[in-house]
Design a protein. Structure first.
Ligand code: HEM
Length: 157
């Protein structure tokens, strides 16, 4: 005989695991987006400084601190995505980006513009590509529980 507990709830509900996966995909998108906005300011502030306004260098330094901090936050989000969604590429890409930004930071402090300018362009391009990739890739949605569907383990016997 079939009992009521053999069926899922009639009211659709999110599965907790699905919801967690969904939120960590969105968290990565949010951090990558904030990081991209911050890095786009860097060439602008550098340009302000090179035009003769010394405040531009102060903003560029504040931007550098924001960009590198967001890079490390993105690394944590990418680790969570790797563990929960089993997707390693955001972590590998973020690790390369964070390494480049760290070198970029020290090249800026040293005034090594031969390295700082091309690496700056490269990091902006790399983060833009990553921004497009995370927004193009669909984020897994938590599957709604369907009314009166038998539980998986019971359906299989
Ligand atoms: C295309 C992008 C970028 C351009 C064109 C650019 C350009 C510059 C320029 C012209 C300077 C002044 C160097 C000097 O006076 O000797 C500078 C300094 C600096 N940059 Fe960048 N930069 C870029 C991106 C970045 C990024 C992404 C970071 C951080 C990860 C960064 C971190 C720094 C730092 C820490 C300094 C030294 C600031 C100071 O001395 O107070 N830059 N940059």
């Amino acid at each position: 005989m079939v009992t009521i507990d053999r069926f899922r709830r009639a009211v659709p509900a999110r599965s907790d695991a699905g919801h967690r996966k969904w939120s960590c995909g969105w968290a990565l998108r949010a951090v990558v987006s904030a990081h991209a906005v911050a890095i786009f300011g860097q060439p602008v502030f550098a340009g302000v400084y090179l035009s003769g306004d010394y405040d531009g260098l102060r903003w560029h330094l504040a931007g550098a601190n924001t960009v590198t901090s967001l890079g490390y936050v993105q690394l944590i989000a990418a680790i969570v995505v790797w563990v929960r969604l089993r997707q390693a590429w955001p972590f590998v890409a973020t690790l390369a980006l964070v390494a480049a930004e760290t070198v970029q930071y020290f090249a800026g402090m040293d005034g090594a513009l031969w390295l700082h300018l091309p690496l700056g362009v490269l990091t902006v391009v790399a983060l833009t590509v990553m921004f497009i990739a995370v927004w193009r890739q669909p984020v897994l949605r938590p599957a709604p529980r369907t009314a009166w569907a038998p539980r998986e383990e019971e359906a299989s016997g």
